[in-house]
Design a protein around this ligand. Sequence first.
Ligand SMILES: Nc1nc2c(ncn2[C@@H]2O[C@H](COP(=O)(O)OP(=O)(O)OP(=O)(O)O)[C@@H](O)[C@H]2O)c(=O)[nH]1
Length: 211
Amino acid sequence: MTADDSFGGVVLAGGYSTRFGETDKAVAELAGTPMIRRVAERVATVADDLVINCRDEQSEAIRAALSESDCDPRYATDPVPDRGPLAGIQVGLEAVDREHAAVVACDMPFVDPTLLETLHERSRGHDGTVVRLADGWYQTTQAVYRTDAMTVACEDALASEDGRIVAALEQLDIVEMCADDLEDVSEWTFESIDTPDALLEAERWLAETEP
Ligand SMILES: Nc1nc2c(ncn2[C@@H]2O[C@H](COP(=O)(O)OP(=O)(O)OP(=O)(O)O)[C@@H](O)[C@H]2O)c(=O)[nH]1
């Protein structure tokens, strides 16, 4: 593997989990394992430089949730909280020491590392690769971006008070992949666990699929 084959990873965890209730979903347990640990460990199987983006007040609980994990991430905390996922992507990517990085939300515990490798592969010579789902939605929080270009695009979008992630993407040379073209990728990869009901459904699914 050459240096160019490696890419970084950012786990986004700075949100307030309002739909989840009182608990921070990042550290909520899914079948006994904190969600952020599931995500971080999956990302770390393919990414070389792992960064957790969160708020200062979350970092103690997140460090505890990852304490028994093999992955040893760095932390990039939001200087200003509650500026949305776009700001989290900017802060996380700024800390990554690789040309490209996978960005994954902490509430996507089934993220498929094979997909991240494919997205990185497609991103060579481009500013990133994003999957477009059948309903037209861009899966921007499970995507690969060129770190410097996306950081600048995030800053520009935030400066113009357009906090949409797609506002940043519009400035960039992004490869679009169609969800139908994804081969050998887990159908649960994009499942995001935003509510307690979604957590229960995911636990049921795990119980059915894991021996
Ligand atoms: N750094 C940072 N990350 C955020 C922010 N808002 C959302 N995120 C992250 O972006 C991803 C998608 O967030 P959402 O699920 O849409 O929002 P959330 O705030 O986590 O949850 P809800 O309050 O229930 O909408 C998650 O990984 C969040 O941690 C923010 O203001 N700052």
